[in-house]
Design a protein. Structure first.
Length: 484
């Protein structure tokens, strides 16, 4: 089976969030199952610099706006997965991130940048592909950035390959003015509710959902949630209509990258049977962050985008009460300036007890995950979430809201779940500051007063198989079903 995996970011080449982690891990797991898979990604400067073995693969013509582009082929050394890179300097090789400039302002030509990505994926899945020795049976798209691919495949390229779109976050839909239609080479006859149109705009994501042969999303609970007005962001009707073709598959994690036994970012490695090393990691983290080195102080960890979705605005007001309860806080992330400033203010006012690092730092994210006593993740909605899975793997019980993948992976600690050894974290009753405070205090009660119970909760999480093995088999089954 040959699969083209089209994505706008992939770890370790370029990353802004969880999509990159999935795009790096899932293809590798599928390759281990015998799938002949290639990742398609834009040729950002960071990608060109990261792949050292790039060589010419093919030329492409008749692309929207830019006309021509070159395809390069390389290999991710860590996984040996092949990568097809779209080299188009005018739209991809620039300072800033994949979606926005250095000031956080969205690139004005994003419809072109991701229209080209979608178009190239469709061409490679169709009869006009310049690749003579490799034709995919499946084109697997991811989120709005590749959402036009199924539309191009059906309406323009008449591709024989089947299309799958994975929905990682319904909040981002890629909606643009209808004037982009002719620019992107899409037929205006399909700009209507039964096609590309979404409330008068061209929606990349709606196009993907409407025209894809199969739809997946990143957890079973999220698959149900997005068919409701609360989580569907206006597309719940279409998703309900296609409910029989919508499959929720919980993400796994890259266990080579995220494993406390082997993690190179930690001063001491540890495991479920040798948890003592975690205390050394905590002490080293406290020292690095300028926190009081105190093994008994419950250290709360946060690694997150600072946005309304992630619910950290529920945490900021209760930090003083948590500090009164003896806690420390280590936060890494960035996002909305109001939230960034609120946490900076807390750090300035509570030196030695609150550490706030604004930005992205991969080694520090590992150290916070390992050195914290519990991981705080009160997301209002969370399609899957990976950080709670990292918390489970690192013996750092997550405190979460019961939504999406959080509900599917974190089992609340109570008398029943503790006795049957399934308890692995703490679950809020509702998304509010009061509920979050109550939930953390429940966790603190166990942490401070019952060391044996706390170790059991840690071991329950660490003993789970959180790898991509099971999930990759489910994706393979979806591919096989389509081809059958």
């Amino acid at each position: 089976m040959r699969v083209l995996f089209a994505t706008s970011e992939v770890f370790p080449l370029i990353k802004t969030g969880g999509l990159a982690d999935v795009s790096g891990s899932l293809p590798s797991a599928l390759q281990h199952l015998g799938v002949d898979i290639r990742i398609l990604v834009p040729g950002y400067t960071a990608v060109l610099n990261a792949l050292t073995d790039l060589h010419h693969l093919a030329h492409l013509a008749h692309l929207p706006v830019i006309g021509h582009a070159e395809l390069l082929l390389g290999t991710i050394q860590e996984t040996q997965v092949k990568v097809i890179v779209i080299k188009a300097a005018g739209i991809y090789e620039r300072a800033g991130g994949p979606y926005a400039d250095a000031n956080g302002l969205e690139w004005l030509d994003n419809p072109v940048r991701f229209g080209v990505l979608s178009k190239v994926a469709a061409i490679l899945g169709g009869p006009n592909s310049p690749l003579t020795d490799w034709h995919p049976n499946i084109v697997h798209c991811n989120d709005w950035q590749t959402g036009l691919t199924p539309a191009y495949m059906k309406l323009v390229e008449h591709a024989q390959a089947k299309s799958v779109i994975s929905l990682h976050n319904m909040a981002f839909q890629g909606c643009y003015a209808p004037s982009w239609l002719p620019t992107l080479g899409l037929p205006s006859t399909h700009f209507n509710p039964e096609g590309l149109e979404y409330h008068g705009q061209l929606s990349f994501l709606k196009a993907g959902i409407f025209y894809a042969d199969s739809i997946t999303t990143v957890s079973p609970s999220y698959a149900k949630e997005i068919q409701t007005p609360a989580f569907g962001f206006g597309l719940e009707g279409l998703l309900s209509k296609r409910g029989n073709e919508l499959k929720g598959i919980l993400n796994g994690i890259e266990t080579k990258e995220w494993n406390p036994k082997t993690d190179p970012h930690l001063v001491k490695n540890y495991s479920a049977t040798q948890l003592a090393g975690k205390k050394q990691v905590k002490a080293a983290l406290q020292e690095r962050l300028g926190l009081e080195i105190n093994a008994d102080a419950p250290l709360l960890g946060v690694v997150s985008r600072l946005t309304h979705q992630k619910g950290l605005d529920m945490l900021a007001p209760i930090v003083p009460q948590l500090l009164d309860a003896g806690c420390q806080l280590a936060l890494l992330g960035g996002g909305e300036s109001e939230l960034e400033n609120a946490f900076r203010h807390l750090a300035r006012n509570h030196l030695g007890r609150v550490s706030v690092n604004i930005g992205y730092n991969e080694p520090l994210s590992h150290q916070i995950m390992a050195g914290s006593d519990m991981f705080i993740m009160p997301s209002r909605f969370e399609p899957c979430g990976l950080n709670q899975l990292y918390g489970l793997a690192y013996g750092t019980p997550p405190v979460v809201n019961a939504t999406g993948g959080l509900a599917d992976s974190v089992i609340d600690t109570n008398i029943i779940t503790y006795k049957n050894k399934t308890a692995n974290g703490f679950v809020m009753s509702e998304p509010s500051s009061a509920s979050l405070l109550h939930c953390i205090k429940q966790a603190l009660n166990v942490f401070k007063n019952d060391a044996d119970a706390w170790r059991q909760i840690q071991k329950n999480g660490m003993s789970q198989n959180l790898s991509w093995d099971k999930s990759a088999l489910e994706y393979l089954a979806e591919y096989q079903k389509l081809l059958a």
